[in-house]
Ligand binder design. Structure first.
Ligand SMILES: Cc1cc2nc3c(=O)[nH]c(=O)nc-3n(C[C@H](O)[C@H](O)[C@H](O)COP(=O)(O)O)c2cc1C
Length: 370
């Protein structure tokens, strides 16, 4: 992953890199995600005979070859030209879920056909119920079957590196950004061909135009900070699986049980929102104990071992955000296949090391330091 990250950094303009790679504050939460994942160990096992690990899983009524999907990332299309379409194409071909963000650079109507049967839509909750119902109807018509509501952004957060990278408030394409772009000819050429990315879905509900992501882009003007009543109203409005993303408190997870929610997504948003949050992997076991609902895990997954760690601690499925984008920026569409193969190969080899035939065996193989 570090190789992909370095290659991506070379190939995309600095201000875009800072948008993709940064976290909030001193980035302590982001570092904590890595540190705490590294502390989860497994007990190596020997004399188990031949082991051919099965990485497949069932989640929300569907079978997946790997318990790993593509997390929603706003303005993917700025990170690499046509990113949303390329990610969705990969997801459809690989049989893995793709989460399209409300603040993607393409509309659900444009990306739905690329997703095949793998489309999840991530909602930043609009305040106006009529607007919400219209959005949901469009998303449904475009072929997205699963809705994810992100609840961990009660207010915008500040990312110093993103601001210093040159993104202004409001966001503007300044000479400095143009100069940075010219140092990355492949990215620039691709952008010229694909058209400058914009928040197209949001734009269809407002007269305002925003080209670049900022800490106060127009997406923030339509959305509200949701509460429990909002969740209940959304449940009534959406007929299909509903996932709540951004949970770190076991008490919140426990309260989801009776609300008709289909899965809880444990995440600290890759450390982009709050610099004193626990690592997502730290709270996962307690959340597992607090609810019977299926759990998704993200925040810090960089390798097959990280997927195994999350599954062992109680996740039913995992998602990755930045990793897919590093791979895409490094090698285009081939990067996505390459990354997935790396993760699968590492899981296969590591599961053999601990005598795990299937994902269900991972919990029993955890090493517990007394
Ligand atoms: C550049 C960037 C933009 C993101 N935009 C969104 C978004 O629009 N909606 C959302 O729910 N999460 C968003 N996320 C969070 C991801 O969905 C996911 O929770 C996180 O990236 C997982 O951590 P990882 O990047 O370490 O895999 C974003 C993350 C990044 C890095």
């Amino acid at each position: 992953m570090e190789d992909l990250r370095r290659a991506a950094k070379r190939r995309i303009p600095h201000f875009v890199w800072e948008y993709l790679d940064s976290a909030t504050g001193s980035e302590a939460t982001q570092r904590r995600n890595r540190q705490m994942l590294d502390r989860i160990l497994f007990r190596p096992a020997v004399l188990k005979g031949a082991i051919k690990p099965d990485l497949s899983t069932r989640f929300l009524g569907r079978t997946y070859p790997l318990p790993l999907g593509i997390a929603p990332v706003g303005m993917s299309g700025l990170i690499w030209p046509r990113a949303e379409a390329l990610l969705a194409d990969h997801a459809a071909a690989a049989g893995l879920p793709y989460g399209l963000s409300t603040v993607a650079s393409r509309t659900p109507e444009e990306i739905g056909p690329h997703c095949g049967d793998q489309g999840w839509f991530q909602l930043y909750p609009p305040g106006d119920p009529e607007m919400r119902r219209d959005m949901l109807a469009r998303v449904r018509r475009a072929g997205f079957h699963t809705l994810v509501i992100t609840v961990d952004i009660p207010a915008p957060s500040r990312r110093e590196r993103q601001l210093k990278g040159g993104l202004t408030q409001p966001a503007r394409l300044t000479p400095r950004l143009v100069a940075q772009s010219m140092l990355c000819p492949r990215w620039s050429l691709g952008m010229l061909r694909a058209g400058l990315p914009r928040l197209k879905f949001i734009e269809s509900y407002t007269n305002q135009r925003d080209v670049l992501p900022s800490n106060a882009h127009i997406g923030y003007q339509l959305r509200v900070a949701p509460d429990w009543d909002y969740l209940a109203a959304l449940r009534d409005d959406w007929q299909g699986p509903l996932i709540v993303k951004g949970i770190l408190d076991p008490a919140d997870a426990a309260r989801m049980d009776g609300l008709g929610i289909d899965a809880v997504w444990v995440s600290n948003h890759a450390g982009r929102l709050f610099d004193a949050a626990p690592a997502a992997i730290e709270v996962l076991p307690e959340i597992r104990g607090a609810t019977k609902l299926p759990l998704i895990f993200d925040s810090g997954i960089e390798a097959g071992l990280d997927v195994m760690r999350a599954i062992a601690l109680g996740a039913d499925f995992t998602m990755m955000g930045r990793g897919w984008h590093y791979a895409l920026a490094a090698f285009g569409r081939d990067g996505l296949t390459h990354l997935q193969e790396m993760i699968s190969a590492e899981m296969t080899a590591s599961m053999a090391q601990i005598g795990a035939h299937r994902l269900g065996d991972l919990k029993g193989a955890l090493y517990r330091a007394e």
